[in-house]
Design a protein around this ligand. Structure first.
Ligand SMILES: [Zn+2]
Length: 210
Protein backbone atom coordinates (compact mmCIF):
# COMPACT_ATOMS: atom_id res chain seq x y z
CA UNK A 1 0.00 0.00 0.00
CA UNK A 2 1.39 3.34 -0.94
CA UNK A 3 0.71 6.22 1.29
CA UNK A 4 -0.73 9.23 -0.50
CA UNK A 5 1.59 12.18 -0.41
CA UNK A 6 -0.85 15.01 -0.14
CA UNK A 7 -0.10 18.26 1.53
CA UNK A 8 3.12 19.42 3.08
CA UNK A 9 5.03 17.08 5.31
CA UNK A 10 5.32 18.38 8.82
CA UNK A 11 8.56 16.73 9.78
CA UNK A 12 11.06 14.19 8.52
CA UNK A 13 10.68 10.64 9.87
CA UNK A 14 12.50 10.17 13.13
CA UNK A 15 14.22 7.14 14.53
CA UNK A 16 11.98 5.52 17.10
CA UNK A 17 12.58 6.60 20.66
CA UNK A 18 14.57 9.65 19.66
CA UNK A 19 11.69 12.12 19.74
CA UNK A 20 11.21 14.41 22.71
CA UNK A 21 8.45 16.93 23.31
CA UNK A 22 9.32 20.44 24.47
CA UNK A 23 7.32 21.41 27.57
CA UNK A 24 7.26 25.00 26.29
CA UNK A 25 6.12 24.90 22.66
CA UNK A 26 4.97 21.22 22.60
CA UNK A 27 7.04 20.70 19.46
CA UNK A 28 8.71 17.34 18.93
CA UNK A 29 12.47 17.25 18.42
CA UNK A 30 15.32 14.80 18.27
CA UNK A 31 16.79 13.95 21.62
CA UNK A 32 20.17 15.56 21.12
CA UNK A 33 18.81 18.84 19.77
CA UNK A 34 16.82 19.73 22.88
CA UNK A 35 17.74 20.43 26.52
CA UNK A 36 16.90 17.91 29.22
CA UNK A 37 15.84 18.89 32.71
CA UNK A 38 15.98 16.26 35.36
CA UNK A 39 14.66 15.89 38.88
CA UNK A 40 17.38 14.58 41.12
CA UNK A 41 16.99 12.16 44.04
CA UNK A 42 16.39 14.99 46.53
CA UNK A 43 13.62 16.47 44.36
CA UNK A 44 15.68 19.32 43.00
CA UNK A 45 15.42 20.13 39.30
CA UNK A 46 18.48 20.87 37.22
CA UNK A 47 19.74 20.74 33.66
CA UNK A 48 21.17 17.43 32.52
CA UNK A 49 24.02 18.60 30.34
CA UNK A 50 25.20 15.15 29.29
CA UNK A 51 21.69 13.72 28.74
CA UNK A 52 22.33 10.75 30.94
CA UNK A 53 21.47 11.70 34.52
CA UNK A 54 19.10 9.24 36.17
CA UNK A 55 15.70 10.47 37.24
CA UNK A 56 12.55 11.80 35.71
CA UNK A 57 13.23 14.14 32.81
CA UNK A 58 11.47 16.92 30.94
CA UNK A 59 12.59 18.53 27.72
CA UNK A 60 12.86 22.12 26.64
CA UNK A 61 14.06 23.79 23.44
CA UNK A 62 17.23 25.81 23.82
CA UNK A 63 15.12 28.95 23.72
CA UNK A 64 14.07 31.74 26.03
CA UNK A 65 10.64 31.78 24.39
CA UNK A 66 10.08 28.11 25.28
CA UNK A 67 11.35 28.69 28.83
CA UNK A 68 8.80 31.50 29.15
CA UNK A 69 5.98 29.30 27.83
CA UNK A 70 6.98 26.48 30.16
CA UNK A 71 6.99 28.72 33.24
CA UNK A 72 3.70 30.37 32.28
CA UNK A 73 2.05 26.98 31.82
CA UNK A 74 3.59 25.65 35.05
CA UNK A 75 4.78 22.84 32.83
CA UNK A 76 7.73 21.87 35.00
CA UNK A 77 5.83 21.01 38.15
CA UNK A 78 3.36 19.16 35.92
CA UNK A 79 6.13 17.24 34.21
CA UNK A 80 7.69 16.35 37.52
CA UNK A 81 4.33 15.58 39.10
CA UNK A 82 4.87 17.35 42.36
CA UNK A 83 3.63 20.43 44.10
CA UNK A 84 5.46 23.47 42.74
CA UNK A 85 8.31 24.47 45.00
CA UNK A 86 11.29 26.71 44.50
CA UNK A 87 13.41 23.77 43.42
CA UNK A 88 10.86 22.11 41.13
CA UNK A 89 9.69 25.35 39.52
CA UNK A 90 12.67 27.45 38.49
CA UNK A 91 11.80 30.81 36.96
CA UNK A 92 12.65 31.92 33.41
CA UNK A 93 15.92 33.57 34.42
CA UNK A 94 17.05 30.46 36.27
CA UNK A 95 16.15 28.18 33.35
CA UNK A 96 17.90 30.44 30.84
CA UNK A 97 20.91 30.78 33.15
CA UNK A 98 21.25 26.98 33.24
CA UNK A 99 20.95 26.76 29.49
CA UNK A 100 23.53 29.50 28.88
CA UNK A 101 25.97 27.85 31.30
CA UNK A 102 25.45 24.43 29.69
CA UNK A 103 25.91 25.76 26.16
CA UNK A 104 29.01 27.74 27.10
CA UNK A 105 30.50 24.66 28.73
CA UNK A 106 29.62 22.58 25.67
CA UNK A 107 31.28 25.10 23.37
CA UNK A 108 34.42 25.14 25.56
CA UNK A 109 34.51 21.33 25.58
CA UNK A 110 34.05 21.11 21.80
CA UNK A 111 36.81 23.65 21.13
CA UNK A 112 39.21 21.89 23.53
CA UNK A 113 38.39 18.53 21.97
CA UNK A 114 38.86 20.11 18.54
CA UNK A 115 42.35 21.14 19.43
CA UNK A 116 43.25 17.59 20.46
CA UNK A 117 41.71 16.06 17.34
CA UNK A 118 43.07 18.53 14.80
CA UNK A 119 39.68 20.21 14.45
CA UNK A 120 40.87 23.66 15.42
CA UNK A 121 43.87 25.82 14.60
CA UNK A 122 45.02 29.11 16.08
CA UNK A 123 47.74 31.70 15.77
CA UNK A 124 47.56 34.61 13.33
CA UNK A 125 49.57 33.02 10.52
CA UNK A 126 47.97 29.61 10.77
CA UNK A 127 44.45 31.06 10.87
CA UNK A 128 45.20 33.28 7.88
CA UNK A 129 46.47 30.40 5.76
CA UNK A 130 43.57 28.13 6.80
CA UNK A 131 41.16 30.88 5.70
CA UNK A 132 43.00 31.30 2.44
CA UNK A 133 42.88 27.55 1.82
CA UNK A 134 39.10 27.50 2.39
CA UNK A 135 39.47 25.09 5.30
CA UNK A 136 37.61 27.11 7.93
CA UNK A 137 33.99 26.34 8.83
CA UNK A 138 33.76 28.79 11.70
CA UNK A 139 35.96 31.46 13.21
CA UNK A 140 35.71 31.93 16.98
CA UNK A 141 36.84 35.40 17.89
CA UNK A 142 37.85 36.46 21.42
CA UNK A 143 35.64 39.17 22.87
CA UNK A 144 38.57 41.41 23.80
CA UNK A 145 40.58 41.59 20.57
CA UNK A 146 41.77 44.97 19.37
CA UNK A 147 39.36 46.70 16.95
CA UNK A 148 41.88 46.61 14.11
CA UNK A 149 42.47 42.87 14.52
CA UNK A 150 38.75 42.22 14.69
CA UNK A 151 38.10 44.28 11.54
CA UNK A 152 40.85 42.46 9.66
CA UNK A 153 39.66 38.99 10.68
CA UNK A 154 36.00 39.80 10.04
CA UNK A 155 36.91 41.16 6.61
CA UNK A 156 38.78 37.98 5.69
CA UNK A 157 35.94 35.79 6.95
CA UNK A 158 33.35 37.80 5.07
CA UNK A 159 35.35 37.45 1.88
CA UNK A 160 35.65 33.71 2.44
CA UNK A 161 31.99 33.27 3.50
CA UNK A 162 33.04 32.02 6.94
CA UNK A 163 30.74 32.74 9.91
CA UNK A 164 32.26 34.47 12.94
CA UNK A 165 31.19 33.98 16.55
CA UNK A 166 32.50 35.96 19.52
CA UNK A 167 33.38 33.87 22.53
CA UNK A 168 35.44 34.18 25.70
CA UNK A 169 38.59 36.31 25.84
CA UNK A 170 42.09 36.03 24.36
CA UNK A 171 43.31 34.50 27.61
CA UNK A 172 40.31 32.17 27.74
CA UNK A 173 40.69 31.01 24.15
CA UNK A 174 44.42 30.50 24.59
CA UNK A 175 43.96 28.48 27.79
CA UNK A 176 41.22 26.43 26.11
CA UNK A 177 43.62 25.56 23.28
CA UNK A 178 46.56 24.97 25.62
CA UNK A 179 48.38 27.94 24.12
CA UNK A 180 49.35 31.54 24.75
CA UNK A 181 46.47 34.07 24.49
CA UNK A 182 44.68 33.78 21.16
CA UNK A 183 42.70 36.41 19.25
CA UNK A 184 40.86 33.73 17.29
CA UNK A 185 40.46 30.00 16.88
CA UNK A 186 39.57 28.62 13.45
CA UNK A 187 37.45 25.47 13.34
CA UNK A 188 38.62 23.42 10.39
CA UNK A 189 36.74 20.17 10.85
CA UNK A 190 33.31 20.57 9.27
CA UNK A 191 31.20 18.36 11.60
CA UNK A 192 32.73 20.18 14.56
CA UNK A 193 32.09 23.57 12.93
CA UNK A 194 28.46 22.60 12.28
CA UNK A 195 27.99 21.48 15.88
CA UNK A 196 29.52 24.67 17.22
CA UNK A 197 27.48 26.88 14.88
CA UNK A 198 24.33 25.14 16.16
CA UNK A 199 25.31 25.74 19.79
CA UNK A 200 26.10 29.41 19.16
CA UNK A 201 22.68 29.75 17.52
CA UNK A 202 21.07 28.11 20.58
CA UNK A 203 22.99 30.47 22.82
CA UNK A 204 21.44 33.39 20.95
CA UNK A 205 17.94 31.97 21.28
CA UNK A 206 18.41 31.46 25.02
CA UNK A 207 20.05 34.83 25.63
CA UNK A 208 17.80 37.10 23.60
CA UNK A 209 14.20 37.75 24.50
CA UNK A 210 11.93 36.58 21.68
ZN1 LIG B 1 10.07 24.47 22.43
Amino acid sequence: MSRARKGPRVAAPRPEGAARTCIGCRGVFERDTIARLVRGPAGEVGLDRHLRAPGRGAHLCWSRACAEHAVKRKALSRAFQGPPTVTTSPDVETLCGWMVAALEARIADALALGRRSGGTVSGAEVVASALEAGRVGLLVLAGDVADATEAKLRGRCEAAGVPVEVYSTRDGLGANQGKAPRAAVAVVLSPLAARLRADFERLRRVSVAA
